[in-house]
Ligand binder design. Sequence first.
Ligand code: FMN
Length: 193
Amino acid sequence: MPRALVIYAHPVPESFNAAIHGTVTATLRAQGWEVDDCDLYAEKFDPVLSMEERRNYHDTSINTAPVQGYVDRVRAADALVFCFPVWNFGFPAILKGWFDRVLLPGVLFTIEDGKLNMCLDNIRKVAAVTTYGATPMRAFLAGDPPRKLIKRVVLGSIRPAKVRYIAQYDMNNITPDGRDVFLSRVRKEMEAF
Ligand SMILES: Cc1cc2nc3c(=O)[nH]c(=O)nc-3n(C[C@H](O)[C@H](O)[C@H](O)COP(=O)(O)O)c2cc1C
């Protein structure tokens, strides 16, 4: 059974992102995925990279120790699915910290003789499901960093065969029907994932 690690970053259980997260996990399970549901707030993930972690960052014999459980979950997965709202045109801090602390040298990449080699070969598919308060135009004018991070940086570093970026813009003006339409889109995307 293929395994999807769902990384979810929203503090409020009654939020739209919580509904998205529920749709993602239920649909993946219905499609035969084994889902490792990682709710960063519920797990009280600490996003702060400590002084010791920074000092040991490149020492692959010890650098994973503070987050070994998270590293094991990434290595056991065939797919990663991120569910998060866009905050300050970036990831919520708890998710940014997960990238900083978990995707370490020796996990995401190695550096040999100054050459960067990507090594997270088990991840075949990546999806991000996200929401913005801003319109597509406002996000575009701001450079839309989360879209680029997922579609360019993740594609270039994790190198999955498939990357999906599924975004609902203009949450500031969305209607209940608009929310339902987006949840249907998320369901269809996860059915086809
Ligand atoms: C701290 C914070 C920062 C935000 N920054 C942005 C932003 O930079 N761009 C944007 O489009 N929306 C921004 N928003 C709006 C959120 O993206 C929006 O509230 C969210 O997508 C709605 O989903 P939710 O109801 O599940 O929280 C921000 C919201 C918060 C709380």
